[in-house]
Design a protein around this ligand. Sequence first.
Ligand code: FRU
Length: 930
Amino acid sequence: MNSLPAGFASHSLTYLHKLAPEQRQLRYCLFVLLCVFMGGCRQTNSGKAYRIGFSQRTEADTWRKTMRAGMNRELSFYPDVDFIVKDAGGQSERQARQIQELIDQKVDLLIVSPNAARPITPIVEKAYQQGIPVVILDRRTDSDQYTAYVGADNVDVGRTAGVYANQLLQGTGNVVEIGESPGSSADIDRHRGFMEAIGVHPGIRLITKLEGDWDKRSFADRLTSLLTAKPTIQLIFAQNDRTALKAYKVCRGLGLEKQVKIIGVDGLPGQNEGIDLVDRGILSATVLYPTGGKEAIRTAMAILKKQPFKRENKLPITLIDSANVRIMKFQNEKVVEQQVDIEKQQRRINDLNQIYSNQKNTLYFTLASLLIVMLLGGWALYLYRSKQIAYQTLERQNQEILDQKNQIEIVSAQARLATEEKLRFYSYISHEFNTPLSLILTPTEELLQKKTVNPSELKNNLLLIQKNAYRLLRLVDQMLDLRKTDAGKQRLHTAEQDLIAFIRDIVQDFLPKAKKRRIDLQFIPAQQTLPVWFDSEKLDKVIVNLLSNAFKYTPGGGLIHVRLSVIDEQVQIQVTDNGEGMTPDEQAHAFDLFFSGSRPFNLSKGLGLALSMEFIQLHQGDINVQSEKDKGTTFTILLPLGNKHLSPSEMNGSPTRQQSLIDLDDDDIDATDSKPAKQLGTLLVIEDNDDLRAFLSTRLSNEFEIIAEASAEKGWERILDVIPDLIVSDVMLPGMTGLQLTQRVKADLRTSHIPVILLTAQGQMEQRIEGTRVGADAYITKPFNTQYLLETIRTTLTNREKWQRRYASDFLSQSGGGNRQDKKFLNELTALIEQNLGDPAFGVEKLSRDMGLSRVQLYRKVQALLNMNVMDYLTDVRLKRAKHLLRETTKPMAEIADETGFNSAAYFTTFFKQHTQKTPSDYRKSSVKA
Ligand code: FRU
């Protein structure tokens, strides 16, 4: 992190805070990775701990190249050094400038090898004064403001050369000196030392000192002219081996190479270098002048590393002449060999270092990548986990919503079902109330209308009214019980009393009824007495209800047995009959309060049984039913003995029996009327309520012949049997409904002409619409007025007569009302007759067979539609045909008689006259005239 610019880091962090948490995490990861990466980059690119600036006077000559090589070798041990080299090209001003540049570059240490002393001194002092350690190498400045000096003693160099010159000249001779770059300490000191040495021999004379800047032609030219002018010159001291070689070349050019001895300085190994030149006899000797490159670097590093170092490092010098040149050469060769080995190893080390560095970088990169991968992996894992958690939460919420939705759907379906059932229940309740109300209102109205009433008629009507008023009372009572149960307000009020006596009492109430219907009613207890805690009012209702049902569904001569026994601390009461029984479906829903599926609700049964179940369950008992269709039914009640199951508030009843209302017997009412019947036609009454059926039969029998049935199924059989003139049917019927029956009647060719009047509960608009759709001719709403019913029947029949007349007058008319089935019937009938007109044997028998009807059905149908019998209709068709032939053709009588199915012309004439009051020939004449 500290490798990044502070601004970058703070800006980045501020920016991170503005992001959303998830984005922030991602950006943070990338930020960290960037830091790691940048940190890594810094280490590989600039990991140098020190920066050393080296100002070299020139790099052009071998001596200084050797110096650099020595420096580089030493530097290879310090890879953490950044070594900056500036080459002044032998120019002092340039060198001063370059030193300033190095100062500006903030080098940690300066190595200066001055070109000349004076021009370089100020800038070196400046650096030194600024606190930069300065190592002076080889040549000196004019100042002692430096940290260390490395180099040989040039005075000593000059002196050594001078001493050797003395030896060579043996006290006398002329000498020429060729100097270094002027103004350099090397030049000055070497000259001083040389002069000092040769000064001991007065015979030895320095002729001149030439400037040694070997680049300039002046030195060679001047030496040539000097040697030419003074052939006595015996020795040349060149301050370096380069100028020494040049001087030799000048001498050789003049043929003086044997005469003039030459001493050089530097003593470098290599071809045409000092040692080689001495070895080849070109130079007499050379003073080995070490470059100090290695020592300079060592000193600099000691300074930088704050290690002890020497301020003045004087390098040793050696004279090389023919005496030691071989050893020197050999040593040098060895040194060179070693140097090559060292360099090889150095290169190898460098290579290894490079490999190491590469591997290190690779390792860093791999580690960084690994870290990135780990961070990204961790981050991905984190994202995956949070996604997964979010997904799970979402899934859970979805499931909850789905569950709630399902729950709502179930509840709403239940509510819808409950509403539908309740609506149906109420519609049946109203229906159930309507029947007794009709049977109260109708006789009341009749009595009121009559001026005189005979006593038996009065009694019958009053009994009917009383019976139905009781029935209403019982219904209301049950409804109240039901409401209480529904509201959860039904409470138990028990007392301990003898259950056997209690039930025997109830059974006895039913004995008269049983006797009248020759039903074997028995109470069969397993013991004489049995004290039981029960609510007498509720149990009374239950037992009375079960017995009433048993009576309702048991035919005359059947049996109803009530059994009582004790089983496992429970008392078991069974009411068994051998009556109609129930289908499995009816049995399954016997205790349902409302409708179940499409099964019609039977209030008297359903309400009572539902309440019975409630009452028994209040007693913590159970009630169930076993039944088989057409075999009989057994209701079983189980009640717990004792009173442990009862709370104190439930044990406050009275041990008396409050008698329930039992249906009055139908037999009490004389339903037949003594009035003689005035038969206006046959009426079929279909009504499941026995009282209403009986009542209607009685009232309508004054004018009609009445057939009565309790179900639509039986009604249909009778319809086909007798083809009644009109049907009066209740809509709500067990099994096939009044609507279904109407549809069947209107769809059947045999019965389609029969008018149907439907009896329905108040406000059943859907039923009226449905009834109209299926072809009902009229509606009477319960409770109805008998007079109104009679009027409706009469009107319907009068309308029917109008139809008949219309059909009869124009039997093929397609216009006008009438139902489609009837028109179709008449068309078929007429077509059949016309096809067989020529057949005298064609009569009702064949006609009914061809029409697919029985004789009675055909007779009744034709009578109903055309108000004439079939034979009359046949005759009618024949006559019409005959008239047509008489009018439109000239066919002889015999032929017309034959075509219209008469055996002889004579019979045809008689028949024709009988029906038209004209003979056929008169008819033909009159029609021609007309
Ligand atoms: C090279 C050189 C050497 C000499 C040294 C003295 O530039 O002239 O030959 O020995 O410098 O500083």
